[in-house]
Design a protein around this ligand. Structure first.
Ligand code: F6R
Length: 261
């Protein structure tokens, strides 16, 4: 795991956008794993900016989103499919037919989850998985005590997560209590994972995920098992990390980061 600390939200977001764009330029046919949430809005704005500047091309890639609320149709304005259309898919040249978001309104949810996992495997797995982190420590909607070997399935959301996200619904009571989510193991199987966290509200949970024990109570801590995971944070989200001298030394000295300094 590498931890990259940037001075503010803008530079942390730009760094992740450049990482993704560079990988996509190297391997245009790659399969992206995508996330939603407030943190990603700025990231998608930056990717759109790079696309408009002709610095990245989405025409050959495919994508799989991490999660979707149970009970919402793809057309529902609060669904993650609608979020993705609004923030990224409608603004770049990605082929919509190659984008995937679980269907939270499927009649047989277990079958939908099995099929989603099979589709990911069929595409050759996820090449670049983008992640945020919730106040409950979740990645995707893998709430506390999610099995570290879990695959795509339905999860009940915690009170923390409902509090975190219900303000995004026209009426907080409209927020679904369950979601389909890629499992922890689905995420761990990705070839590269990049987690972006910004703001002081993420400082405690980032410290637990990065420097705390590996535990299913904080599913983001499972990223300590990932073979190539980069955590990108701003100063506020990094505030509770204790080994930052080492993290900064790596970023300042390792050749792979030269282009990003
Ligand atoms: C969303 C997702 C979640 C969010 C997390 C952080 O697809 O997978 O894990 O990344 O809840 O959300 P924000 O960015 O709103 O704090």
């Amino acid at each position: 795991m590498e931890v990259i600390i940037q001075k503010d939200k803008g530079s942390a977001t730009k760094l992740v956008a450049r990482l993704l764009a560079n990988q996509l330029n190297e391997t245009p046919t790659m399969t992206l794993g995508l996330a939603t949430g407030r943190t990603m809005e700025a990231l998608y704005d930056e990717l759109v900016r790079l696309y408009e500047a002709k610095e990245v091309d989405f025409s050959k890639c495919g994508s799989f989103n991490l999660d979707e609320y149970v009970g919402l149709t793809p057309e529902d304005p609060n669904s993650y499919r609608s979020y993705m259309n609004k923030w990224l898919f409608d603004r770049v040249n990605i082929h919509k037919a190659k984008t995937h978001v679980p269907n939270g309104s499927a009649e047989d949810l277990d079958e939908e989850c099995r099929n989603y996992e099979a589709l990911i495997r069929g595409a050759g797995g996820l090449d670049f998985q983008l992640l945020g982190i919730g106040s409950s420590g979740h990645i995707g909607f893998n709430e506390p005590l999610s099995a570290l070997r879990s695959l795509t399935r339905v999860k009940a959301l915690t009170r923390d997560t409902i509090e975190q996200n219900s303000g995004l619904f026209p009426d907080p009571s409209m927020m679904p209590r369950r979601a389909i989510t890629m499992g922890v193991d689905t995420i761990l199987k990705s070839k590269r994972a990049v987690l972006l966290a910004t703001g002081s509200s993420k400082a405690d949970i980032i410290a637990k995920a990065v420097e705390g024990p590996l535990t299913a109570i904080v599913t983001a801590s499972a990223l300590q098992l990932h073979s190539h995971c980069t955590i990108v944070v701003d100063e506020d989200a990094a505030a509770k990390l204790t080994h930052r001298d080492y993290y900064d030394w790596i970023f300042q000295n390792e050749p792979e980061w030269a282009a990003y300094r």
